[in-house]
Write a protein that binds this ligand. Structure first.
Ligand code: AMP
Ligand code: MG
Length: 343
């Protein structure tokens, strides 16, 4: 796995990262050297895929609770490490589904206590950005983050990661999953929508919902389902759904670049695995003379390595957190994070 430069000098850190905000239980290990270069030593995950319907928070938490022991053991063995080799245990502190977050946090506390290691709580959205930044050549990028529960355009400004645009209702992935499940696909529906859209030929107008710098997807869902009910071909509806939503993402990302005067884009989240979306963002970047960065695919959806990377950055800069502050925060905002590790 890769070795990449990032940021300040400081101590070497080997970090364990535990991800559990929604459907995916993940455990990763990242090592940061004294010069700020990162290496991913392990990245194991397991996504809950219900046979019917979407994700139920309690079921997802039970899934995570039963899988974390095996994922932990597997990650340590992939890295050729024992618990004693770790410097810090990091976990996804929010935002996310309460039962999932509490399961991940409890696992992290128990592991850290048994191994006598410090703890770091990590903001999940910031982790998507940081893993993209340290595992590519990007220096100060904007993150286009589109996942199941979140859709945000994030960039660093004046000591914080700030949200320059976001969904006003549901995450893009959730919307795609809801559409897919309604038309008979299984969760996660995104990949099936992508394959079906490849066969679409006719663009059917859908409500293009960019409001200022923000986005809305629920009206598009209603309209797309109506087109399907009215007998339009599923291939054409999937194609139109993608073209409309992805154009909205490109427009707001481009405007955020103009506003922040940044010329790098990194992508994160499960939805950006979509090759049509990647192509549209890459084209927009080329037209602006900007750089497009795509992290390794395993680092795009929810994963433990991104929690380990971000926790290592924070730990190297400011040490572990007080255990009393290790409670989870379902509504942990990107701009609430005190970014101690960047200047
Ligand atoms: P995440 O929450 O970041 O792990 O991402 C999960 C979401 O990504 C789910 O809503 C999936 O439907 C969606 N997704 C995964 N692959 C694709 C794809 N190829 N195209 C669109 N959405 C996708
Ligand atoms: Mg995510």
């Amino acid at each position: 796995m890769g070795l990449h430069m990032s940021g300040k000098r400081g101590r070497a850190v080997t970090a364990l990262g535990i991800e559990g905000t929604a459907h995916t239980a993940g455990v990763g290990i990242a090592r940061r050297d004294e010069r700020g270069r990162f290496e991913i030593l392990a990245n194991r995950s397991d996504m809950l895929r219900p046979a019917t319907g979407g994700i139920h928070p309690r079921e997802a938490a039970e899934h995570h609770a039963s899988l974390f022991p095996g994922l932990l053991q597997g990650a340590l063995s992939d890295g050729g490490l024992g618990a004693a080799d770790l410097d810090v245990v990091c976990f996804s502190q929010g935002p996310g589904l309460g039962p999932c977050l509490r399961t991940a946090a409890t696992t992290a506390r128990a592991f850290a206590h048994a191994a006598d290691k410090p703890l770091v709580g990590v903001n999940h959205c910031v982790a998507h950005l940081e893993v993209g930044r340290v595992m590519t050549e990007a220096v100060d990028p904007l993150l286009l983050y589109a996942s199941g529960g979140n859709t945000q355009i994030i960039a660093y400004a004046q000591g914080r990661y700030r949200v320059f645009g976001e969904t006003l209702d549901v995450g893009l992935g959730n919307m795609l999953d809801k559409f897919g499940i309604e038309v008979g696909m299984r969760f996660p529906a995104g990949p099936q929508i992508e394959q079906t859209a490849l066969k679409g030929t006719k663009y059917l107008p859908l409500p293009y919902s960019v409001k200022g710098m923000d986005l809305a997807f629920s009206g598009i869902l209603t309209a797309a389902l109506a087109l399907h009910r009215d007998g339009e071909k599923l291939e054409d509806v999937c194609y139109s759904l993608q073209e409309t939503c992805f154009a909205m993402l490109c427009e707001t990302t481009e405007r955020a670049m103009a506003h922040t005067q940044k010329d790098e884009v990194v992508i994160g989240g499960g939805v950006v695995q979509n090759e049509r979306l990647q192509k549209m963002v890459a084209t927009m970047c080329i037209e602006r003379g900007a750089q497009f960065y795509k992290p390794p695919r395993a680092l795009l959806p929810d994963n433990g390595a991104m929690i380990a990377v971000t926790g290592a950055l924070e730990f190297a800069a400011s040490g572990g957190i007080d255990w009393a502050k290790s409670g989870v925060n379902q509504r942990y905002r990107t701009d609430q994070v005190e970014v101690t590790w960047r200047t």
